[in-house]
Design a protein around this ligand. Sequence first.
Ligand SMILES: Cc1cc2nc3c(=O)[nH]c(=O)nc-3n(C[C@H](O)[C@H](O)[C@H](O)COP(=O)(O)OP(=O)(O)OC[C@H]3O[C@@H](n4cnc5c(N)ncnc54)[C@H](O)[C@@H]3O)c2cc1C
Length: 392
Amino acid sequence: MHAATLQCGMPFNPDYLESTDTALDARLSAIDIAAYSKTRNHLNGRVTQLSPYITHGFISIPELFDRLPELNLADKLAFEFGWREFFHHVWSREGDSILSDMRPGLPGVRYADQLPDDIREGRTGLVPIDRAVHQLYATGYLHNHARMWLASYVVHLRKVHWRVGADWMYAHLLDGDLASNHLSWQWVAATFSSKPYLFNAENVARYAPADWHCAGSVLDTSYEQLDQIARSDQTITFSSSLLGMAEPELLSKPPALPAVKIARADRVRLVHPWMLIDESFEGLRIGVIHPPFHARFRWSARRWRFVLQRMTAITDTLFVGDLDQLKDMLSEIPHVESIATLNPGYQALLPILCTQLADTPRHFANPAKTCRSFSAFWSQCGGNDQQRGWHQ
Ligand SMILES: Cc1cc2nc3c(=O)[nH]c(=O)nc-3n(C[C@H](O)[C@H](O)[C@H](O)COP(=O)(O)OP(=O)(O)OC[C@H]3O[C@@H](n4cnc5c(N)ncnc54)[C@H](O)[C@@H]3O)c2cc1C
């Protein structure tokens, strides 16, 4: 396949959407650790685009360290893997409360509970915002900077509650991860950090290609000015005559799948959407989808395809239904195994169904007490925090 160029100007390789080990291997062999360190902040820098594979458990962070033996803690890539494990550390200690304010946000600011249509349709008139929305819908992927710009704009300039924006972005990302996504939105909103994350036209010009730039727009201003806006009830709106892009449909359950009869087996492996690793297993592999989770957190059709294509390829059969219903079916089976996940619903039911539940693989320690900041976490992992400034 040839690399295609999206309307938004980002080079984009359609192989990316493949939920196969071949596509993952291509991503791995393209990694250049030194170039990553130098360019990762740029929209067309040498980022890995590994996130959908990591989120869905095709490969874990410890396996990535095995596959990249030259990677060490001083490398920015190791540091970013650390961020992922930090967010999961917080999730494992705080549970569902990561979905609410981790600390009080900016005092006195009121936020809306709906995402305005001009943002949802990518027609705000602000180029980096509209390009980010279009790219999100067209590919299910966004560079970290584009995610931060979008989140900052939604929360601080349009005064939409971070949770509304986080749920929306999560639903469209192929890598949507409740910890990395919702805690990052909170970090931007200042409910998981000490100050709001803000960006201006100069920041966009530094990190994005020319067709994302927004000189002369409302973003072409100082950080002091943006900070004042963020801390007030002021909302920035635009009258834009641009044609937008319809938001892709979100589905609370997978497209219809045939009913399943579970064959007799002595050994069963339950494969959920966050453990899509292709491992040999002597016994019956059942792919499981637990609809109560997905009614709460909907996914785009693109993400369902990504997950189901892989799940179908690596299992013998699929079960789509309340996992509670599997209790009786599995009760006579001596060995039922899976890998733990923190995703609500799955998290509570897997320990009841399984005779053997492996921990979610981690490379870095999971301190017993919640680290409230990345630097506290990182210093416990043996890293130094000279590489802070993740966001700039
Ligand atoms: C508002 C917002 C929402 C986000 N939502 C998600 C999400 O739902 N799922 C998700 O995996 N990441 C999320 N991130 C973090 C980060 O943007 C993505 O992990 C990264 O852009 C994925 O692209 P990549 O694989 O090319 O990253 P690379 O830069 O190549 O990094 C390699 C891997 O390191 C990890 N990583 C890198 N940066 C971060 C980071 N800042 N925080 C946590 N892990 C990181 C990811 O696993 C990533 O795949 C979010 C960030 C922001 C600001």
